[in-house]
Design a binder for this molecule. Structure first.
Ligand SMILES: [Ca+2]
Ligand SMILES: [Ca+2]
Length: 324
C-alpha cells in the first residue's frame, strides 16, 4: 500500500514537472510567434496569394512513371523507372513562420535544442555534446577541398531560432525556409499538420515539374538559389542571394512548385543505402557550385545523418489524398 502511494506520488510529481515544462515551452513558443508577427516582412514568397482549393498551400502532382536518377555522380545511377501515384506537396519549403506556429501550438523542442544523447554518440568530442547545429561559415582561404571542417562548424546554441549561432535570429525572416531541423523534428511537424514526408521518388517526381526524364544538360540552373563562383571562398551572388533566400524568389517549376532545386536541401524518408543512420536529401542548396557540388538537379542525392541539424537543410510536407 505504502509502496503504491509512493509510486502514485512520484507519478504525480513527474506529471506536474512535465506539465510545467510544457507550459513554459508553450509560453516561449508563443513569445517567439509574437516577435515574428511584429517583424518586418521578408521579401519574395511569390505565391502568397493562394488560390485556395482542397489543401491551401499545396499543389497536386499527378502520378506517372519517373525515370529516376541521373548520370553526374555514381550514387545517382543507374537510372531506373519508378511508378509514382499522385499526391499533394507544399508549394514552398516550410518557412520559419510556419514552424513557429507549430512550436507555439505544441511546445515542441527540436533535436538541436537538446543535449546530445551520449549513448547514441559515444565518440563525440565534448563540444559537440552541447545542443547546437552545424553551420556553414565562409572561410577566407582553404587548403584543398578534402577537409570540410574548413567551412562547416558545429556551433553550440545554433538551432532553428538561431540558425547562424546564438548571436543570430530569425526576426524578419518569417518567409525564409526553416533550417537546423532534424528528421525527428519534421516528422513531428508533419504529424501536427496531418501530413507526411515525401519519399525520394515522390520528391524527385515533383521536382521534375512534369518532365519524367533527367535534363540532358547538367548546367547550373538560373532560376534557383545556388552558388556562383568558386566554392567555398568566392560567391558572386549573381542569382541575387549570397546566402539563403526567402521561399518563392525564383520561377516555379512546371507544377508550380518553388525552390525544389536550390535554396535549402530537403529531407526525404528514404534510408541511405551506405549508412542506415542517414536519410536521402534532395535538390541541393544555396551552397551548391559547379566546382564542388553539382547537386542542383532533381536526380542528385546525398546522405545526411538523421539527427544532425544543419544550416542548409529544410523540408516540405506531402499529403496522400485524392486530387482536385
Ligand atoms: Ca545564391
Ligand atoms: Ca529546396
Amino acid at each position: 500500500m505504502r509502496r503504491g502511494r509512493l509510486i502514485a506520488a512520484v507519478a504525480l510529481g513527474l506529471a506536474l514537472v512535465v506539465a510545467v515544462a510544457a507550459a513554459v515551452l508553450w509560453v516561449v513558443g508563443g513569445r517567439e510567434a509574437e516577435k515574428l508577427a511584429g517583424a518586418a516582412p521578408s521579401r519574395c514568397l511569390a505565391a502568397t496569394v493562394d488560390e485556395g482549393g482542397a489543401h491551401p498551400g499545396m499543389v497536386f502532382v499527378p502520378g506517372g512513371r519517373l525515370h529516376m536518377g541521373d548520370t553526374v555522380y555514381p550514387e545517382e545511377g543507374p537510372i531506373h523507372d519508378v511508378d509514382v501515384k499522385g499526391f499533394w506537396i507544399d508549394r514552398h519549403e516550410v518557412t520559419n513562420g510556419e514552424f513557429v506556429a507549430f512550436v507555439a501550438a505544441t511546445g515542441y523542442v527540436t533535436v538541436a535544442e537538446r543535449t546530445v544523447d551520449s549513448a547514441k554518440h559515444p565518440d563525440l568530442p565534448p563540444e559537440m555534446r552541447e545542443p547546437g547545429a552545424v553551420v556553414f561559415v565562409m572561410p577566407n582561404k582553404v587548403d584543398g577541398s578534402g577537409d570540410i571542417s574548413q567551412w562547416w562548424q558545429y556551433i553550440p546554441g545554433a538551432n532553428w531560432r538561431h540558425p547562424g549561432g546564438p548571436d543570430t535570429n530569425i526576426l524578419g525572416h518569417e518567409n525564409y525556409p526553416v533550417v537546423a531541423v532534424a528528421l525527428e523534428d519534421i516528422e513531428a511537424y508533419a504529424r501536427w499538420k496531418g501530413r507526411s514526408l515525401p519519399d525520394e521518388a515522390q520528391w524527385e517526381w515533383a521536382a521534375r515539374g512534369g518532365d519524367p526524364r533527367p535534363l540532358a544538360d547538367h548546367e547550373q540552373p538560373k532560376e534557383a538559389n545556388t552558388w556562383q563562383g568558386i566554392f567555398p571562398v568566392l560567391n558572386s551572388g549573381e542569382d541575387g542571394f549570397v546566402g539563403l533566400a526567402p521561399a518563392g524568389c525564383y520561377k516555379p517549376n512546371g507544377y508550380g512548385l518553388y525552390d525544389m532545386i536550390g535554396n535549402v536541401w530537403e529531407w526525404t524518408t528514404d534510408v541511405n543505402e551506405d549508412d542506415k543512420a542517414r536519410r536521402v536529401i534532395k535538390g541541393g542548396s544555396y551552397l551548391c557550385a559547379p566546382n564542388y557540388c553539382m547537386r542542383y538537379r532533381a536526380g542528385a542525392r546525398q546522405g545526411q545523418e538523421a539527427d544532425l541539424a544543419t544550416s542548409h537543410l529544410g523540408f516540405r510536407t506531402i499529403l496522400e489524398a485524392p486530387g482536385p
